[in-house]
Design a protein around this ligand. Sequence first.
Ligand code: ADP
Ligand code: MG
Length: 364
Amino acid sequence: MHNRVVAFAPGRVEILGNHTDYNEGVVLSAAIDCGVTASVHRLRQRQIEVSSQTNQRTASAHLDELSPSATEPWANYCFGVIRELMAVRWPVLGLGIEIASDLPVGAGLSSSAALEVATAFAAIDLANWSLPPMKIAQLCQKAENEFVGVKCGLLDQASSIFGEDNRAILLDFRSIAAQTYQLPDGVSLLLLNSGIPHALTGGEYNERREQCQAAAAALQVTALRDTTTTQVLNSDLDPLVKRRALHITGENERVFAGREALLAGDVDAFGELMFASHESSRHNFENSTPNLDALVEIAKSTNGVIGSRLTGGGFGGSTVSLIRSEVAQKIIDSMQKKYLRATGAQCSAILTRPSQGARILRRD
Ligand code: ADP
Ligand code: MG
């Protein structure tokens, strides 16, 4: 058995398919090239000791008394994962866990899932144990849902695990399966932060979930996954609920069309789907903001941008754009300048590409 194992788990970006996860739909996402590193070693005591270089904090808990910490809430992501591992009969070890990260925290790139997945990969490997990758994703999601108390879908954890270099991940939240598709050469992903923090803490997220559920109930289907844009258009749903449902059916249909575009190597068709996705967020789901709209409008008029849309929950946060790599710096400079002129606000940029998912970096 090794003394120390170092695991890495990346952040993720949603490329197409917005708010589809809790509607049992589909999404195209990618793991990105920055993330969280967890270095773990065994402790003699039945104790978990976590430290993070990022926030310079430490926390510890007894393995037999794992309960959420009110004073060190960041450590709950690790404690929660360990508790879930114990529930599936992971050979329990006292563990020291050291966390480092080059992922911005709270920027919508899912540092929380990266933290969970890195912890899980390292802890499982150190014990010479294994679990199917999707099981690890679900276990990490459960830790965040139940131990941390954040209602997130499976997108974040599964993307961090199933990422591959230069490939997009198609996640199906009904069959709980992941498949990857090659992106053409010479394209990158550009994330621009609108500078307005995404405020999913407001009632909007829950309200949208309820409206989707109401639409599915009125249409007498299990979930909006089971209906189509045509059926929704022809239904007599209340106009507001109808628009919400149209966003979900449209997004599912765009994800499948996006897969066809990738298989055909038609990057321009893929870009158009991204613009259409944003338009649907703006009009149907109303989870955009004037600043996100400004970023997408600017993207449309910038040479080398293939497609652009808001990414993640919305109500603030970032846009993701598919761009031509050779003019990346020009695009960033130009878009930042135009955004400042249009809104008076700055937008920070992260240039990335679809990257390999969680993995073991070292065993000593
Ligand atoms: P996101 O997942 O979009 O980055 P979240 O609010 O879901 O935002 O997760 C951020 C939280 O995850 C932080 O507030 C912190 O508690 C925890 N976290 C993430 N990365 C680290 C890290 N490197 N060190 C300590 N805590 C971290
Ligand atoms: Mg998160």
